[in-house]
Design a protein around this ligand. Sequence first.
Ligand SMILES: *Cc1c(COP(=O)(O)O)cnc(C)c1O
Length: 360
Amino acid sequence: MSPLPEPREDLRALEGYHSPQLDVDVRLNTNESPFPPPPAFVDAWTDALRAAPLHRYPDRAASALRDAIGAHLGQPGERIFAANGSNEVLQTLLLTYGGPGRRALVFEPTYALHSHICRITGTEVVEGERDTDFRISPTEAGSLIAAERPAVVFVCSPNNPTGTVEARATLDAIVGAALDHGPALVVVDEAYGEFADRSALDLVADDLPVVVVRTYSKVWSLAALRLGFAVGPSRIVDELDKVVLPYHLSVATQTAGLAALAFGDAMQERVTTLVAERRRLEHALALLPGLTVFPSGANFVLFRTAGDGHALWQGLVDHGVLVRDFSRWPRLDDCLRITVGTPDENDRCVAALRAVLEGR
Ligand SMILES: *Cc1c(COP(=O)(O)O)cnc(C)c1O
């Protein structure tokens, strides 16, 4: 066989994104909404799609969508940048503000795609550590920013996979340090922001290097449609617009994002249900033998088992329940993460856990 070209030297060690999908009854491993979107949304969206001229490129600036997202959040449309899932938003941020010769700071353990997209974009990753409660220490973050001079600082709040919500004082300290040394761009990943009791959205201003990233994948029940957005200074949004590919956001995605905003009340109801279910799940887990449950502000719960985490994960799979196995991740020994599902799914998950832990 003739040889094929090698990929970029710095990509050779890269591993793809792994989250195994198994064919089980109860799938609580990828943090999507357990509820499909309202049928009336599907009607509104497909009507809008039928009316769209499919032989024409979509609105390149996605102006209607940006204005509508902005109006929904009380922000001008010029501060909104939309893309195919918040992962594409993060990639565009790193293509624009990271890249060769630049560094990005992450606080581990956190969302693996932050450092993965850094590597793909040739951005050097600097790893800060969280404390034993998985919180970011504001003083340590400040010293790291002063010492390492990152171009981008990622703050994931609520943090995936730990659920940790950062205090406003921590965020203020990070933004202060970012302003003093750089300025660095502070990217607050709020993929789960709607499930938490605080947000960094009110920090967004035209003269502050803060960008908040959100998604339709979790709260809005639209993971299949791939839509995420950033809220940030309009000058930063202008730079992102130059970097992202032209016509990147299909008309199907733009119309879906617009139509969904009319169903804000239905979505808020789901958030309320999921937060109540999260609390119920947290209490039920805390009553099981040997589990340490970490406080969560998201639609998932992380816990550590006193026993073998991977064996517990396998035991759950054998009972038809798939959760996310973090047991062999650095800093997350014997930890598993459960996405909050429907009340019935959560009950089945707790029953399976009890059965495995009690050796039945
Ligand atoms: C799920 C998730 C995202 C990305 O979701 P998209 O589906 O690409 O919008 C981004 N950040 C975090 C922390 C996530 O958990």
